[in-house]
Design a protein around this ligand. Structure first.
Ligand code: ADP
Ligand code: MG
Length: 620
């Protein structure tokens, strides 16, 4: 139940050292614990009862030795034995009850924190995900929540039980024989002072251990995925990888040995003190018995009690450390829960309904947000906010009206700001100044759900979850019928391919599933969008890395998809952009020219120059 330093996590080594626990955190912890107050009460009461029950046996031993044996009272012996057995059984039952409560509280808290974190993370803007280390984030949900709940169950439980056991035992001892009690406490400082030192050192070792383990894990996760494994093989770096790994693993081994030794020394010393305490009681106590100061029964009881005070005493000396460790986990959870959500529904946001698909960029200026406003430093690779904050405007005053149903191609050199511009329509980011409007509504005044329901994006490399094709398709429309699904796939020119697979629509795709070709995956993504049926389509380099043959198929699918919708097409191939109603040329964040292909060729400006040069510069 006690968790100690091992509950903390990779990458956290520094975090523990640096963080000061704030008083306000205690209040928040209390809030999270509130739903469990009755369970916590039950938990603490069972601890209390167990501590009291534990006092019974030594006292009864005393009665047996001092009264029942000298009086040769067999009935008394039988009765005392029955009571002793009952006390032992009661103790066992109380232990089970205690564990039941602590498990309910602990697992309940883990559940609450996990669900709250998952919900929160889903709400974070895309900029957060582009900066955050996924591993660090997952470790918050997996491990920190476990560390956090130990603040309530483990640490609270051990502190309370130590205080209660110590208090009751010392009270019993003092009542029985105060001089022997004082004697047994005299040996303590000799042990407690070094014990504190060892405790702190153990904590340091654990942190170092976690850091080393994290390094080892990172190497493994990086090398064990398909692309990493491929890289190692193709560059023939197998031996070097093993060498690097064995270097890391050997440090883990060495520190493991150090940690084991420190831990053992600690417990051996604790056992030694206990043994010495008992010896001192028997040694001095025996003289007192001989001189008639105390009875043999008192001596036996005292020797039993003394064993019970050293463990809680050392436990309490390290309690502060333990509480801090557990609270740091809580703070790391709060850090994520409290992160500002840069993109959220504003109060009174309205639903976008009956979308026609007029899009209006009104003097849009955009600069990527600084890291601190979207990200959490401790979740970034280096543990600090990395990189310099963007200091140039990516879009420098773009004004552009797109009519409902129009197909607009956006062209421009790589880095011109095309993807950024398209992202603003779906409100992946908020404009720095100016506004993006859909059907006259500023996108910031609309609910995110209704806004995104009306926008479909096809990018260069669409993502499929590691699930069946059917599940991936239904992600867009969970209640779609089989017929709708097949119609969408037929329009996207992918139905025949899917139908030809052994498992058909039940084929598992995704990173580790059936390997769809680039063009097939693209068409499947288009089918998914057709099910979603958005009013606005954004194609960002959707066909750029496909060969001519797959491009033709995807293009055919796209033509179906773009039919009757407002479409923004970002592309560099002449074949893709030529048929657009209008071509908009973006350069360094401003619209430099626009018109149909013919108009722009006649104009003989930027566009015409690029086309004549072979269109190579018009790449994304
Ligand atoms: N997440 C980001 N954070 C900071 N700068 C970015 C980010 N994404 C893109 N940029 C910068 O914005 C500029 C425009 O990028 P982008 O819109 O992707 O161009 P395009 O799609 O036209 O190639 C580039 O200079 C790029 O470096
Ligand atoms: Mg781009």
């Amino acid at each position: 139940m006690r968790m100690g330093p091992h509950g903390m996590l990779p990458g956290d080594a520094k975090a523990i050292a640096g963080v000061k626990v704030r008083g306000s955190s205690m209040k928040r912890v209390a809030q999270f614990a509130k739903p469990y107050r009755w369970s916590i009460a039950g938990f603490l009461i069972s601890i209390l009862l167990a501590a009291v029950a534990a006092l019974v046996p030594p006292l009864l031993f005393r009665t047996i030795v001092d009264q029942a044996i000298p009086e040769a009272d067999k009935r008394k012996i039988v009765w005392l034995t029955i009571i002793l057995v009952t006390a032992a059984v009661l103790d066992a039952v109380l232990q089970i009850i205690q564990r039941w409560y602590s498990a309910r509280i602990g697992e309940g808290l883990i559940y609450d924190l996990r669900v709250a974190l998952f919900d929160k993370v889903q709400n974070m803007p895309i900029a957060f995900f582009s900066r955050t280390q996924t591993g660090a984030l997952i470790s918050r949900l997996n491990n920190d929540v476990v560390g956090a709940q130990t603040a309530v169950t483990g640490t609270l439980g051990s502190v309370v039980s130590n205080v209660v056991v110590l208090g009751t035992t010392l009270a019993a001892m003092l009542t029985l024989e105060w001089r022997l009690t004082v004697l047994s406490l005299v040996v303590l400082p000799v042990f407690i002072i070094p014990a504190r030192r060892v405790g702190v050192r153990l904590q340091d070792i654990s942190r170092e251990q976690m850091g080393l383990n994290a390094g080892m894990n990172t190497q493994m996760t990086e090398r064990f995925n398909v692309s990493g494994a491929l890289l190692v093989k193709l560059f023939g770096r197998h031996k070097d990888e093993v060498r690097a790994f064995s270097g890391r693993a050997s440090r883990v081994r060495d520190i493991g040995i150090t940690s084991a030794m420190y831990g053992r020394v600690f417990f051996v010393a604790l056992g030694l003190v206990g043994a010495l305490g008992a010896v001192a009681i028997y040694g001095i106590g025996a003289f007192m018995v001989v001189s008639g100061g105390i009875t043999i029964g008192t001596l036996v009881a005292m020797a039993t009690f003394v064993q019970r005070i050293y463990q809680p005493l050392t436990g309490l000396t390290n309690a502060r450390l333990e509480v801090m460790t557990a609270l740091v986990s809580f703070e790391r959870v709060f850090e994520v829960l409290d992160a500002p959500v840069a993109i959220a529904d504003r109060a009174g946001a309205v639903e976008l309904e009956n979308t026609r698909g007029n899009i209006d960029f009104d003097n849009v200026v955009f600069r990527y947000p600084p890291g601190a406003s979207v990200s959490i430093a401790s979740l970034e690779a280096s543990g600090v906010m990395s990189g310099t904050d963007p200091d140039t405007d990516v879009l420098r005053g773009v004004s552009l009206q797109i009519r409902a149903g129009e197909t607009v191609a956006i062209v421009g050199t790589s880095g011109a700001g095309k993807t950024t511009l398209a992202g603003l329509v779906a409100r992946l980011y908020d404009v720095t100044s100016g506004a993006v409007r859909i059907d006259g509504h500023d996108v910031r005044d609309l609910t995110l759900n209704s806004l995104r329901a009306c926008i479909g994006v096809v990018s260069q490399d669409p993502h499929m979850f590691h699930e069946t094709i059917k599940e991936n398709l239904l992600y867009a429309k969970p209640n779609a019928t089989e017929a709708e699904m097949i119609a969408a796939c037929t329009a996207a020119h992918i139905h025949d391919v899917v139908a030809g697979l052994a498992d058909g629509y039940n084929t598992v795709v995704g990173e580790r599933g059936y390997r769809l070709s680039g063009g097939e995956k693209q068409r499947l993504a288009i089918a998914r969008l057709l099910l979603k049926n958005p009013a606005v389509m954004i194609l960002d380099e959707a066909t750029s890395h496909l060969d001519n043959e797959s491009e033709a198929l995807v293009q055919a699918a796209l033509d179906n998809a773009m039919h009757n919708r407002t479409s923004i097409v970002i592309a560099h191939r002449l074949s893709t952009i030529r048929d657009a109603d209008r071509i908009v040329v973006l350069d360094e964040g401003v619209v430099v020219e626009q018109g149909t292909h013919e108009e722009l060729m006649i104009r003989d400006g930027f566009y015409a120059a690029q086309i004549r040069a072979g269109g190579t510069a018009l790449q994304g």
